[in-house]
Write a protein that binds this ligand. Structure first.
Ligand code: ZN
Length: 386
């Protein structure tokens, strides 16, 4: 099993190792906003028909796919269309510098206009679950052209009609695709080769143990099929995303360029937790337990404190999984990127309690009860309006 895994990984790396030049370094990742999108609780991508979608990413030109380890918990893909999409979004948000290609700058302008129509960066999740259904920008024009005309945003209840804007954006990607593939994609492949190699070194030997550790402590069931993960060179903050896809699957996208490899690894596990929650419906998980316990105390699912606390547990669990099973010197993404500082009201409560739980000093029920009790005592919900 391990031997065949090694072969698959080698194939992935060889396929990717055609890049020419190295990329410049980037500044450390900016903090993910507490309660950032990731989308475990977000609506599924609105779905056009998706014929053959699951195989599409692996068959597009330059795309590659392989499992990271013999446990087959994840299938890591690289795909120039998904890379282009997130690169344009990163240029649009200012998280990546423009390479000075007019068609990419125009696509970034269209991306900003579309984001305004979508209401916020979270709105992209309605579209991006459909990315694997296209193998090229030309196909993406068709896929977005078959989106439902109207979406209703879950959090606000607002109805939006972004299909025309999504098609305009896909056409802008089409206009930029040739220059991107010729001038940008080769060096992005180089970054993706390095990131894939780092994941093979750091995660592959311990992947099964990491997923078992997550399953054991969060109570999330492991998937029957590998979780699809697409690595991209650059993306907008928070640089890790998980989308629901039509048909109930997920897609996690992780930006890698210029980021320390253990932080990329932590992001991979963080997004895997979101994906596991989507797949399992969260039923019976520690995340659901905490959500329900806070709800019983009057802090509803829609309350920012609930979202912050749930997401905080995911940050802590992913960070501690890397620290305990991969490298004891690892510092959590939440710590180095300032997420815990921004979410201090919940992180200060959750960090010591969850570490005690991981140390075996508390049962899960006791840890959840203690976290909820302390959060509710410190931050009682506002009284209902008369
Ligand atoms: Zn997240």
């Amino acid at each position: 099993m391990r031997r065949s895994l090694t072969v698959r990984l080698s194939l992935l790396i060889v396929t990717l190792a055609t890049g020419a030049c190295t990329t410049g370094g980037r500044s450390p990742p900016a903090p993910a906003p507490p309660g950032a999108p990731h989308a475990a609780r977000a609506p599924p991508a609105a779905s056009p028909p998706e014929p053959g979608a699951s195989a599409a990413a692996a068959t597009s030109p330059g795309a590659s796919s392989a499992s990271v380890s013999g446990s087959r918990s994840m299938e890591v893909q690289t795909n120039p269309l998904i890379d282009l999409h997130f690169f344009v979004r990163a240029i649009a948000s200012g998280d990546a510098p423009s390479p000075g290609i007019a068609a990419l700058d125009e696509a970034a302008k269209v991306a900003r206009e579309l984001e305004t129509e979508l209401g916020s960066p979270l709105g992209w999740g309605l579209l991006e679950g459909n990315l694997p259904a296209a193998r090229s920008a030309a196909e993406l024009v068709d896929v977005f052209g078959r989106l439902p005309e109207r979406f209703e945003l879950r959090l606000t209840g607002k109805s939006i009609a972004p299909r025309a804007g999504a098609v305009r954006f896909a056409r802008a990607l089409l206009a930029a695709e040739e220059a991107f593939l010729a001038q940008v994609w080769p060096r992005h492949q180089e970054a993706l080769t390095r990131a894939s190699g780092a994941l093979a070194r750091t995660l592959a030997p311990r992947e099964r143990a990491c997923f078992d550790f997550i399953h054991q402590h969060l109570g999330l069931e492991l998937p029957a099929e590998p979780l699809p993960v697409a690595l991209v060179a650059q993306g907008p903050r928070p640089q890790g995303f998980t989308f629901r896809r039509p048909g109930g699957r997920t897609l996690s996208v992780i930006a890698v360029e210029g980021r320390p490899e253990l932080l990329v690894l932590e992001t991979v596990l963080h997004e895997a937790i979101h994906a596991l929650e989507v797949h399992s419906g969260g039923r019976g998980s520690a995340l659901d337990q905490l959500r329900a316990r806070l709800g019983a105390g009057g802090v509803t699912d829609a309350d920012p404190l609930s979202r912050e606390a749930i997401h905080g547990l995911i940050f802590i669990q992913a960070g501690e999984t890397v620290r305990r099973l991969v490298d004891p010197s690892h510092r959590h993404y939440g710590e180095v990127a300032g997420v815990y500082a921004k979410a201090q009201r919940s992180a200060s409560v959750e960090l010591p309690i969850w570490k005690d739980y991981l140390d075996g000093k508390l049962t899960r029920d006791a840890a959840i009860e203690r976290i909820a009790t302390e959060l509710l005592a410190k931050h009682p919900p506002a009284p209902a309006a008369p």
